[in-house]
Design a protein around this ligand. Structure first.
Ligand SMILES: C[S@@+](CC[C@H](N)C(=O)[O-])C[C@H]1O[C@@H](n2cnc3c(N)ncnc32)[C@H](O)[C@@H]1O
Length: 336
């Protein structure tokens, strides 16, 4: 979440960059997939090492401009696609020697500052929250979905304790007007009884809406599964996450494919799933005090990584069963 720029200095600050570089070792060359190109912080650093190649993806077409600078400097070593990372396997990468696939989840400082995207509470006008390649907006969700569904979205995607009251007030208010960003912030502020001194009252509902509008749960699950497919033996998946739902999914995915004891009741005994990944560090890697001081939004970042141990393309995972309760909520969008 919003952890790529030092806000006051408007300087680009890719989160946990040194840690990522030491994990993926670009000094030995190879092809790397940057699934969340953003302002190109990770891609630029990796391209500084000769014999590296980057395939960069981003769902936000506004990142194209930044990609053109890298294309000019590294014409033959840099490819950019305006694509969601859940589609990674469509790139026909089966025969590429992919050394690492990197995810830096959430949104960038540039995106949150872009008022048209409506990701922050001080945005004006129609609710949006689309990061790119979306099917519906936050305005559709708030103004069309029924009360119970709104409550579940706020509760499970935002961990908002007052989700029931907020959903009920939204449904009452929208009888007389189309709810926009300012209206939504006011509704949340006036409905919530539990105040936090650390975060804005609307933080959790805004997080929930962003996750729902951008289908971030299935994006992450399919992104991780496809990253594991396209990697070669000894390749690494690196994920930087910013909230507990993301970290829970990443942790489960890695654990389910790394532990000798299968966590899936559906898994055949001879499946290549067991021990497909090696998780060397069980606890997440966190930014140093220095990084947090220089770039405060990095404080919620958690880095996990895993190394692929076998050269298999197809494998089985029970991750969709495990997080079915979240996917079911994401599927409320079919009613829009
Ligand atoms: C935190 S920023 C990445 C910053 C980047 N590491 C850098 O150094 O500039 C996250 C980026 O991921 C993109 N993104 C989020 N979800 C995505 C998805 N499912 N597929 C592709 N890109 C995605 C966002 O549009 C945003 O540009």
């Amino acid at each position: 979440m919003c952890a790529t720029i030092i806000p006051e200095k408007h300087m680009h600050y890719p989160v946990l960059l040194n840690e990522i570089i030491s994990i993926i070792s670009p000094q030995y060359g190879g092809t790397f997939i940057d699934c969340t190109f953003g302002q190109g912080g990770y891609s630029s650093k990796i391209l500084e090492f000769s014999n590296t190649k980057i395939i960069a993806l981003d769902r936000d077409k506004d990142t194209l401009k930044q990609s053109l600078d890298l294309k000019r400097n590294y014409e033959n070593r840099f490819i950019y696609k305006n694509l969601k990372f859940s589609q990674l396997a469509n790139l026909k990468l089966k025969n590429e020697n992919i050394k690492a696939v990197i995810f830096d989840l959430g949104y960038s400082y540039t995106q949150i500052k872009d008022k048209k995207k409506g990701l922050s509470f001080d945005s004006k006008g129609e609710l949006n929250m689309k990061m790119g390649l979306n099917e519906f907006s936050a305005s559709d969700v708030i103004n069309k979905l029924d009360e119970k569904k709104l409550e579940k979205i706020f509760k499970f995607f935002g961990e908002e304790r007052e989700s029931k009251k907020i959903a009920s007030t939204i449904v009452k208010e929208r009888k007389s007007k189309i709810i926009n960003t300012e209206n939504l912030v006011k509704i949340i502020e006036s409905t919530k009884k539990i105040k936090s001194y650390k975060t804005h009252s609307a933080t959790k509902v805004f997080q929930a809406l962003r996750i729902f509008v951008n289908k971030e749960i299935s994006e992450l699950i399919y992104g991780l599964a496809n990253a594991t497919k396209v990697l070669k033996k000894d390749g690494t998946i690196v994920v930087v996450s910013f909230h507990s739902i993301e970290d829970k999914i990443v942790k489960y995915f890695f654990r389910s494919l790394s532990e000798a004891k299968s966590v899936s009741r559906y898994m055949p005994k001879n499946s290549p799933k067991k021990n497909l990944l090696n998780v060397l560090v069980k606890k997440p890697i966190l930014p140093s005090h220095k990084e947090i001081k220089e770039n405060p939004p990095s404080r919620s970042a958690k880095l996990r990584y895993a190394i692929k141990k076998q050269d298999v393309y197809e494998f089985e995972t029970d991750i969709l069963d495990k997080f079915k309760y979240l996917i079911d909520i994401e599927n409320y969008s079919k009613k829009l």
